[in-house]
Design a protein around this ligand. Structure first.
Ligand SMILES: Cc1ncc(COP(=O)(O)O)c(C=O)c1O
Length: 367
C-alpha cells in the first residue's frame, strides 16, 4: 500500500464540477480582479469566522504583513512571535523593519506559552502574534488579558487552524486583526495562493482594503504606499465552493486523528498530540514526536508512506536570521520539537485502512 503525505484529489475531485462551474462563471464575467466573487467570499468567510469584516489578499504571508502595516508597525517596533512556527510569522514582522521577539511554546500543545510573554514586553513592543499551530488554538484568554493590560494588538496567525475553537469561539475572531492562508493544503485551500484578514474593526479593515490595492481607493490616486496583494476572483470562486465543506472535512480530520491516537498510544517512545481542554483541534497537521525521528521517517519512506517535518529548522536557527545573532540553545523547546517531530498523513479522504497501515508500519519499526 502506498500512502502519500497529502492527496488533494480526495478533496477536489468529488467537487470537480462545482469548481469548473465556478471557474466558468468567472471566465464568463470577464472580471478577474476584486469583483463580486471576492466580495461574496469575504462575506462568507467573515460569517464563518464570526467577525464583521474580511478582506481577501494574495497569500497568508501578505495577510500578516498587511495586518501589521494597518497597525503602523515598522522600524523600531517589536512584535512577540512564537519560537516554534512556520517562518512566515517572523518574515512578516522583519519585512517591515520590526523585530520579531520569540517566545517559547508549551511542550504539550506546541503553542506559545502565555506565562513567558510578559517578560518580553517593553516600551517598543506593539503586538503579539499567536499562531494556532498544527490545528490547535492558542490560550486566547490569557493572551488577550496580557495584550489588554499592556495595550498591545493581537494578530492571530490562523493559517493552520481554520474552524478550530477556543472554548466556544472560533479562531480568527479574537485578535484586533487576524490573518489566514488558503494555500492549497490548508484546511480550506484554494487551487493556488490566497489569504485573508478577519476583524471587527471597520477602520483597520478599510485600511487593509486600501493597502492591498496599491494604497489606492480611487484608481490612480494613491493615499498611502500600498502593495499589490489581492485575492483572485477565480480563487475566491473556488473558495466559496469549498467553505461550506470545511467543518465536515475538519470532523473527518478529527476522526482520523482519533484512530491514530488509539492505535499509536504506548508505541515505542512516541509522543502523540495532546488536546487542551479549552481547545478543539482541527488537525491541519498530525504531528508525533520520537527521538528516532530520522530513522522512522526513512523506514516509512521505504514502505511508501509519505511524511513531512514541520519544521526541521526553527526560525531563530535559519540562515535568514543570522543577523539576529541567536544560537543553538536559545530556544530549547523549539529546537527539541524541530529535532523530534514527524507529521503523518492526515487529510479528508484518507482511508481508515491507510491509517491502520501507517500505524502497523510504525509498530513494526519499534518492535
Ligand atoms: C503558520 C503559518 N503562517 C503563515 C503562513 C503563510 O501562508 P502562505 O503560504 O499562504 O503565504 C503559513 C503557510 O504556509 C503558515 O503555516
Amino acid at each position: 500500500m502506498k500512502v502519500p503525505y497529502l492527496d488533494l484529489n480526495h478533496q477536489n475531485l468529488p467537487i470537480k464540477n462545482e469548481l469548473i462551474n465556478a471557474a466558468r462563471s468567472v471566465i464568463d464575467s470577464s472580471w478577474y480582479i476584486l469583483g463580486s466573487k471576492v466580495e461574496q467570499f469575504e462575506k462568507e468567510y467573515a460569517e464563518f469566522s464570526k467577525v464583521k469584516y474580511c478582506k481577501g489578499v494574495a497569500n497568508g504571508l501578505d495577510a500578516i504583513i498587511l495586518a501589521l502595516k494597518s497597525l503602523n508597525i515598522g522600524p523600531g517596533d517589536e512584535v512577540i512571535v512564537p519560537s516554534n512556527t512556520y517562518i512566515a510569522t517572523w518574515l512578516a514582522v522583519s519585512s517591515l523593519g520590526a523585530q520579531p521577539i520569540p517566545v517559547e511554546p508549551r511542550i504539550g500543545t506546541y503553542n506559545i506559552n502565555p506565562d513567558l510573554i510578559e517578560a518580553k514586553i517593553n516600551t517598543r513592543t506593539k503586538a503579539i502574534i499567536p499562531v494556532h499551530l498544527y490545528g490547535q488554538c492558542c490560550e486566547m484568554e490569557a493572551i488577550m488579558n496580557i495584550a489588554n493590560r499592556f495595550n498591545l494588538a493581537v494578530i492571530e496567525d490562523n493559517a493552520q487552524s481554520q474552524g478550530a475553537m477556543y472554548k466556544q469561539e472560533v479562531t480568527g475572531s479574537f485578535g484586533k486583526i487576524n490573518a489566514t492562508s488558503f494555500y492549497p493544503g490548508k484546511n480550506i485551500g484554494a487551487l493556488g495562493d490566497g489569504g485573508a484578514l478577519t476583524s471587527n474593526d471597520e477602520a483597520l479593515m478599510h485600511q487593509v482594503g486600501v493597502l492591498r490595492n496599491y494604497g489606492s481607493e480611487r484608481k490612480y490616486f494613491n493615499e498611502v504606499q500600498g502593495v499589490n496583494s489581492r485575492l483572485d476572483e477565480i480563487q475566491a470562486a473556488f473558495l466559496s465552493v469549498k467553505l461550506p465543506l470545511v467543518n465536515r472535512w475538519n470532523m473527518e480530520r478529527v476522526a482520523l486523528a482519533k484512530r491514530y491516537q488509539d492505535k499509536l498510544r504506548g508505541v515505542g517512545d512516541l509522543i502523540l498530540p495532546t488536546v487542551a481542554q479549552y481547545a478543539t483541534h482541527v488537525y491541519h497537521i498530525y504531528m508525533i514526536r520520537t527521538a528516532r525521528r530520522d530513522n522512522l521517517q526513512e523506514y516509512l519512506r521505504m514502505h511508501e508512506i509519505g511524511t513531512l517535518i514541520h519544521y526541521p529548522v526553527p526560525p531563530h536557527m535559519q540562515k535568514a536570521y543570522q543577523s539576529l545573532n541567536f544560537k543553538a540553545g536559545d530556544f530549547p523547546i523549539a529546537e527539541i520539537i524541530a529535532k523530534t517531530c514527524l507529521s503523518l498523513p492526515l487529510y479528508p479522504g484518507l482511508k481508515e485502512a491507510e491509517v491502520d497501515f501507517v500505524c502497523d508500519t510504525i509498530k513494526k519499526f519499534f518492535s
